[in-house]
Each structure stands twice: as structure tokens, then as C-alpha cells.
Ligand binder design. Structure first.
Ligand code: BDR
Ligand code: CA
Length: 314
């Protein structure tokens, strides 16, 4: 079977870097046709530079990187240096990229590429605020029905939120964009924090990754050691979720995820709960089931596969 074609929309971010490396290490199953960047964990200039650093680390500077929206559709940008460090990729020692960004804006790239691809071929994976995709859907609504699927890291329900008591970071940063995508009619799969907290990355697993000896594996383990610190101090747990990598894991091995079709809406009006993904888990509303909600991962096969694929990179 031909590899599944994906565009990764991202705000790297160490866990974004894991998701990208995991995908680029799986060329038999996934073809990353392009990467688009957005302001999120750190400002756009840094997320764009970081995406270039990651494709170079993977030995794949041929994967084009397009810079997108620097700020959310309506609200001001909120960043997360307190988790990811000033660069967004603190912990890794990666050279300044030599590969240039593409000249085209990411939103134009999304519209052009999705319109040019055969219907139902492309999947967009969003690992940050969904501004670029929502803007592309606004600019050219015909893309909505040309996409195979949107697979996103964001939201959550049973866990509450990690940015506010109700909202997960990616959805909280641009709730209006998330609302647009969930409401659009495109098939959506959501890896929210209910799911990502069931696959905790341990120091022992990072040691095993580092011990494989490839440069990509060593730098990934180094950046993860930095990324773990915030949660380890805050919650006193050494094992931490590697959120965005759960999207790649789903594309490669959907059978290791517990999942359910549900109606999901995004709150864009209530001051206390703006950015909350309201999941109708028990189907009490009768609303259209617009989202495949990932609830749990079987962690052992997930981490075994990620180790195999990242360590296969140079
Ligand atoms: C999400 O927020 C970001 O900080 C991470 O990169 C991930 O995409 C987790 O809530
Ligand atoms: Ca991210």
C-alpha cells in the first residue's frame, strides 16, 4: 500500500519534534508532503526555525516548511516558554538551519495543495493551535470535503484542562479556529489529554532511546529531558506525556487506541470555560457525531514503535 500522505501543522515544541521525527522515521507508512508552522508554544519565527531544525535533524531537508499565522484568529497569542524553554526546543543542541523556509504562506500552501490533491487523499495533522487550517477553510471552503481526515492533538474532557481548569493549551490558544474545524464537517480525530496522559514517557524509555546511538535519538532524548522538567516539578512525576507524538502513533497503529465517535463542540463564549472541548461521550444530545475521540493508548506498543522509528533516523 502507498504511504498515507500527511501535512503536519505544528508549533515545535519538543513533543511536536517527537511527532515529526516519528513520522519521518516511518516512510513506509507515512509521506510527509509538507510542514506548516504556527505561533503557539513560542512565537512563529521560532516555531518555523525549529521545524527546519527538526527536518534537518531527521536528514530530510527536502520536506518543505511553510510559515503560517503568527497569532490566533481573534485572541492574542499565549505562549508556553515555561514548558518548552525560550527557544521552544531547549535541551537539544541543534545547529542553525541552512535550509530556507518556503516563500509561500502556509495558508495559501494548504489551500493550493489540498485543492490540487485527489479528493480524500490528504490528511492534515495539527499539533498546535489550529489557526492555519481554520484560515484555509475560511479562504477556500471547498478544501473541507477534499480532506481525508484531520488528526489533531488538542482538547480533552475527563482530564479537564492543562491551560485552564477546562481547556487544553492548543484549543485554548485559538478556540475560534478549533470551533471552525470541529464544526466544518471534516472527519476529525482528536488526541486530547485524556489520551496523551495514558502514554507516559519514562526516564528509562529515554535512556533506551538515547542508547540506540543515532543522533536523532540522542537529541530527541536530550530535548525530552528538558521538556519533562516543568511537569516533574509541578506534579512530582518523572513520567510525562509526549502529547503530539500520540497523533503519529494513531496514524501508524490506530488499533492500540481506545476510541469512540462522539459529538464534540468547542466553547468560544464562556469566560470560565472558553477553549473547552465538550465531548458528548454518552450520546446524550443526539448531535451529529463529528469526532473520533481517542481515550486511551496501550503504552507498551506505542513506545516500542516510537523508539524503533526515531532510532532509524540518522
Ligand atoms: C499541547 O500544548 C503544547 O504545549 C504541546 O506542544 C502540545 O501540542 C499539549 O497541551
Ligand atoms: Ca504542539
Amino acid at each position: 500500500m502507498a504511504p498515507r500522505k500527511i501535512i503536519i501543522d505544528t508549533d515545535p515544541g519538543q513533543d511536536d519534534a517527537f511527532a515529526i521525527l516519528f513520522a519521518l522515521g516511518s516512510p513506509g507508512e507515512l509521506e510527509v508532503v509538507g510542514i506548516t508552522t504556527v505561533g503557539g508554544n513560542v512565537p512563529l519565527a521560532l516555531t518555523s526555525k525549529n521545524a527546519l531544525k527538526v527536518v534537518e535533524l531527521a536528514g530530510r531537508p527536502d520536506v518543505p516548511v511553510y510559515a503560517g499565522c503568527p497569532a490566533p484568529m481573534v485572541r492574542k497569542l499565549i505562549t508556553a516558554e515555561y514548558v518548552h524553554g525560550e527557544t521552544g526546543l531547549d535541551g537539544a543542541d541543534l545547529p542553525e538551519p541552512v535550509t530556507p523556509l518556503q516563500g509561500e504562506h502556509a495558508v495559501n500552501y494548504l489551500v493550493r495543495t489540498i485543492m490540487d490533491a485527489p479528493e480524500g487523499e490528504l490528511t492534515v495533522c495539527t499539533l498546535g493551535p489550529m489557526t492555519n487550517l481554520a484560515m484555509a477553510m475560511t479562504m477556500e471552503p471547498k478544501i473541507i470535503h477534499r480532506l481525508r481526515e484531520v488528526v489533531l492533538m488538542g482538547g480533552g474532557f475527563f482530564q479537564g484542562g492543562n491551560a485552564t481548569p477546562a481547556a487544553e493549551f492548543n484549543i485554548f490558544v485559538d478556540p475560534h479556529a478549533a470551533h471552525k474545524v470541529f464544526d466544518s464537517g471534516v472527519p476529525v480525530t482528536m488526541a486530547g489529554i485524556d489520551c496523551t496522559y495514558t502514554a507516559l514517557m519514562t526516564p528509562e524509555w529515554l535512556d533506551a532511546l538515547r542508547a540506540t546511538g543515532s543522533r536523532a535519538a540522542i537529541e530527541a532524548a536530550n530535548m525530552a529531558d528538558f521538556y519533562r522538567q516543568y511537569g516533574t516539578h509541578k506534579f512530582a512525576t518523572a513520567a510525562r506525556p509526549i502529547h503530539d507524538a500520540c497523533v503519529t502513533g494513531y496514524l501508524l497503529a490506530p488499533g492500540i487506541y481506545e476510541q469512540r465517535q462522539c459529538a464534540v463542540t468547542v466553547d468560544i463564549v464562556s469566560p470560565e470555560t472558553i477553549g473547552m472541548t465538550v465531548v458528548d461521550w454518552w450520546h446524550v444530545t443526539g448531535r451529529r457525531k463529528n469526532c473520533n475521540v481517542l481515550r486511551r493508548i496501550d503504552p507498551a506498543p506505542f513506545f516500542a514503535l516510537m523508539l524503533e522509528r526515531i532510532s532509524a533516523l540518522p
